[in-house]
Each structure stands twice: as C-alpha cells, then as structure tokens.
Write a protein that binds this ligand. Structure first.
Ligand code: PLP
Length: 410
C-alpha cells in the first residue's frame, strides 16, 4: 500500500486502512459508508438471471459466487493480511493455523518428494510430517535450526521444499533465513516459513525471499484468545497453487470469525510493541535471578541465533521460555509445578498471543529428532500479555519464592 506520492505506507497505517474497500463498506446507490466491513453471512448467492449465473463462474475468487468462496468479510481480512507482505500476490484463510500449514504443504508437495523440516517446528507440524505427509508418500528430513547454508548438504534431487519456523516456539533458536533462502533459490527449492511468533511486522519474511509465509492468526492477529484461524500468503509463483488447493480442500472461515480477526488485526502494531517491551523486561529480570539457569529469548545477546535475530528482525514479541536451576529431577519438576500453580496473573493453558499472560511447563527435548536440547533444568514458557509488566514481575517473584520453598525444604 502506497500514498499519493508512491511512498510505502508504514505498517501501522496499512493496518488502519487495509480491507476497507468502498464496495465492502457501503451501498452502490448511496454516498458514504461504514468504517468496518460488516459480517456478510452466506451460503447461497442469488443471481438476477441465468446469464449472470453463467458469467459468475468465469472468475469466482473474491467474488460473490457461493458461500465456500467467502464473502467481503473474509476477503477484507485476507486483503489486510496480504498487505503486511509487499511481495505477497495473495493470501488464503484457514480455520486454524494447523489447517494453514497443511494447506500450504499439500499445495507444494507431491508423492516422492522430500521435505526439509526444521527440528524445532511446532509439534503438530512435526506430527503432520510423520503422519499425513508420510501417508501421501512425502519423506521428511528434520534439520538443525542453526544449519544456515549447511542445508545444502541435505538437499537432493527430490527436495521440493524447506520449511522454517523462526524462532522455534519452545526454545527460540533463530534461523538464518537469508542463507537458507539463498541455497533454495540456487536449487529451485520452495521455501515456507511459520511466521506466527514475529508476524510480518517483526520479520518481513517474504522480503527476505521466502516464497510462502504462514501465520497462526489464532495468536497475535486475533490477539484476544477467542478465534481459531490461519493464513497463507504466497508470492506470484506459488499463489495459484496455494489458492487452488485451499479451494479444493474446501477451506473456509466463518464471517463472524473473520470479522473478529480483522478487529484484532487493527491493533496488531501497538499490541506487538507492548507485548515485546513487557516480555523483554520480564526476560531481563528473570535472567538476573538466582533461581533461573537460562532465559531463551531471541533479543537477549546470549540467545541462540541472536546475530540473525539482530540482523533480520524489527523487534521481538511476547513469548519466551526460561529454565530453572536444580536439574531435571522429579523433585525439580514438582517445584516447577508449584511455581506455575502459584501464579495469580498467569493463566495455565496452551496457545498464546492473547492479551492475557500465560505460563506453561514445557519439555522440548521430546519433540526433537535431529538435534538435542540440553537444558540444565526444567523449562517454563511465558506468554507475556498486556498487563503492567511490574505486576507480572511481582507475581513471578512470588512464584520463584514458592519454587525455592519446594527445592530447599525447611
Ligand atoms: C499455535 C501455533 C500454530 C497452530 O495454530 P492453531 O491455530 O492453534 O492451529 C502453528 N504454529 C505455531 C508456531 C503456533 O504457535
């Protein structure tokens, strides 16, 4: 999106303006219009005559044709997400982030292909490789997130695609996306990224040359923990395949959900800034605590892949982990559980990206096969919400006191 002089508009401006086409917010015979595209619910579309019905079949993408092709509510959301990546030719929506990952992989892979999948991938992505894709004749090779241009050694004639997720959502290693993209480009391999943690606002992945960018909109796009959704944006070379596979699989989001997601998207820039600032403050506080063995946050200089983070990212979001001291014994696990249970301001639950803080015990080692994760102690993952960071720190301070009590029985 550009202004009258051809200058690119900033992300916050694009978020405020995107998807508000006059034909989606007004009526043809009336001047003026409402601000937000409303909820257009539809299955059947009625035509004035048979000629109109027949003409409508020629191009059904983002046109009123049949409910499964969406309505202006979902088109507005798709257009707004698409606008986050200037290189994107189009964006499709899916009923969850996992559905988006499946939709993208099923669009690019064929039986007999090899897929290179990052070892720190979101667990259901890994399960998809070992289940669905395996059943359809696709072989997956898991690779070290720090492999960089060393990925060339894993590429064969059969390698169709490389899947990245950066940072990993349990241990937060940052990948060298440009190095991997360069290898893939030389060899004609398709690159995909799960960009849920950063969103294009913090990591403009397609600007770095990634072909296909996937977001679990359930997290930061929706931002309020009340809608499941996913999106896939693709460059011109891959957009037709992504679009046609999504339609072929019958993927559709409800207009009510699209409307809520679009409402969330409007405030994404300011929410991400707040999540990022607060999470960094909490991470820096934790890093100084005696009870804490390590903090896994990409913006901390000691974190794995930090130089790539500093080079490629525009900031950090609100999700990170820390390891407690005391080893990985059963007693130390009990102390970890006591810490998490004692927190008053952190909910205990899966997912993240909402306005409310969450704490989750995580055990990343069991989700890997190509690399080892040698944490000295048990991990807790935090989703830092929009509360006052000082309040969250006080809550964690009480939680750590509880942990100490368990570790050193008096
Ligand atoms: C949550 C998540 C997904 C899946 O999103 P759902 O909407 O829960 O299916 C994919 N990738 C990452 C990194 C996630 O955190």
């Amino acid at each position: 999106m550009k202004d009258d002089t051809g200058k690119d508009l900033g992300a916050a401006t694009r978020l405020a303006r995107a998807g508000r086409r006059a034909e989606w917010t007004g009526m043809p015979d009336q001047p003026g219009g409402i601000v937000n595209p409303p909820v257009w619910r539809a299955s059947t579309i009625l035509y004035e005559n048979v000629a109109h019905l027949r003409a409508a079949t020629k191009d059904t993408h983002q046109r009123l044709f049949y409910g499964r092709k969406g309505t202006p509510t979902s088109w507005a959301l798709a257009e707004a997400i698409n606008g986050l990546e200037p290189e994107a030719a189009g964006t499709m929506l899916y009923p969850s982030g996992v559905a988006a990952i499946a939709g993208a992989l099923l669009a690019v892979l064929r039986p007999g292909d090899q897929l290179l999948m990052v070892d720190t991938a979101y667990d259901p992505s890994r399960a998809m490789c070992n289940g669905l894709l395996k059943d359809f004749g696709v072989e997956t090779i898991f690779y070290d997130p720090l492999i960089g241009n060393g990925i060339e050694a894993l590429c064969t004639e059969r390698t169709r695609a490389i899947f990245m997720e950066s940072p990993g959502s349990l241990t937060f290693e940052v990948q060298d996306v440009p190095a991997i993209v360069a290898v893939a480009g030389r060899r004609g391999i398709i690159t995909l990224i799960d960009n849920t943690w950063a969103t294009p606002l913090l990591l403009p992945a397609m600007g770095l040359g990634v072909d296909i960018s996937i977001i679990a909109c359930t997290k930061y796009i929706v931002g309020h923990s009340d809608v499941m959704m996913g999106s896939v944006s693709a460059n011109a070379a891959h957009w037709p395949a992504i679009r046609d596979r999504a339609y072929g699989l019958g993927q559709i989001v409800s207009p009510d959900d699209a409307w809520l997601a679009l409402r969330g998207l409007r405030t994404l820039d300011m929410r991400l800034k707040r999540h990022g600032e607060s999470a960094l403050a909490v991470a820096q506080w934790l890093a100084k605590r005696d009870e804490v063995a390590a903090v896994y946050h990409p913006a901390l200089p000691a974190s794995v892949g930090h130089t790539c983070f500093a080079r490629d990212f525009k900031g950090s979001s609100g999700l990170f982990s820390f390891a407690l001291k005391g080893g990985r014994t059963a007693a130390a696990d009990e102390a970890r559980v006591a810490l998490v249970d004692s927190l008053a301001l952190f909910g205990i639950g899966y997912s993240w990206g909402g306005y409310e803080s969450l704490a989750l015990p995580v055990d990343p080692g069991r989700f890997r096969s190509a690399t080892d994760f040698a944490a000295s102690g048990h991990l807790v993952r935090l989703n830092i919400g929009l509360e006052e960071p000082d309040d969250l720190i006080s809550d964690l301070e009480r939680g750590l006191a509880m942990w100490r009590e368990k570790m050193v029985p008096t």
